[in-house]
Design a protein around this ligand. Structure first.
Ligand code: GLN
Length: 193
């Protein structure tokens, strides 16, 4: 089998948990903190955390533009929770700038309201098979609107919470906080062999 290496952006947030998921899949990962570390990766994950902090650090560590370029060239990138916010073309309730703006979506941050700021639920995602996917939402965003080139993989209470646009996947919840590796596998399958 061809050796695959997945970069996990490790500036802040839940990057170790993503690494663990790929380990379960038998895939090697590297923590990305410097532009050089983007050179040999086959895919990149942008974890959950705090999108405002992460966007500042992306600029400070000279990672913003290299990641935008790689995403535009077709590198598979998956953003979860804060990572979804960073991938969005527009954030409707924040003047936070800059972000990667790679996906043709508008997102709302911390969008599920106070008493629902954190919750768990089961989601149906056809692409992952029959069994529902347990999903942990922590001060999660949702997608307010998506362009026609964006495929909606899942919605919850009529809110779009999982999207795909060619090489890119955006997820409002935390797929790395359960033992279910199907979404990570789905992402790995985006890597051309
Ligand atoms: N509310 C956070 C943000 O907008 C995201 C929360 C998370 O990643 N768990 O940055």
């Amino acid at each position: 089998m061809v050796k695959i290496l997945i970069g996990v952006l490790a500036l802040q947030g839940a990057f170790r948990e993503h690494q663990k998921m790929f380990e379960y899949c038998g895939i090697k990962t590297v923590q990305v903190r410097m532009p050089e570390q983007l050179n040999n990766i086959d895919a990149l994950v942008i974890p959950g955390g705090e999108s405002t902090t992460m966007s500042k650090l992306l600029v400070e560590y000279d990672l913003l533009n290299p990641i935008i370029e790689l995403g535009q060239k077709g590198l598979p990138i998956m953003g979860t929770c804060a990572g979804l916010v960073l991938l969005a073309r527009e954030i409707v309730n924040s003047n936070q700038q800059p972000v990667l703006q790679l996906m043709d979506i508008k997102v709302k941050r911390n969008a599920f309201g106070r008493q629902r700021e954190s919750f768990e639920t089961d989601l149906d995602i056809t692409e992952l098979g029959e069994l529902p996917l347990r999903a942990v939402f922590i001060r999660a965003p949702y997608v307010v609107s998506a362009g026609e080139n964006v495929k909606v993989l899942s919605s919850f209470k009529n809110k779009i919470i999982c999207v795909e646009q060619q090489n890119l996947i955006g997820v409002a919840f935390h797929p790395e906080l359960t033992k279910d590796i199907r979404l990570h596998r789905y992402f790995i399958n985006k890597i051309p062999v």
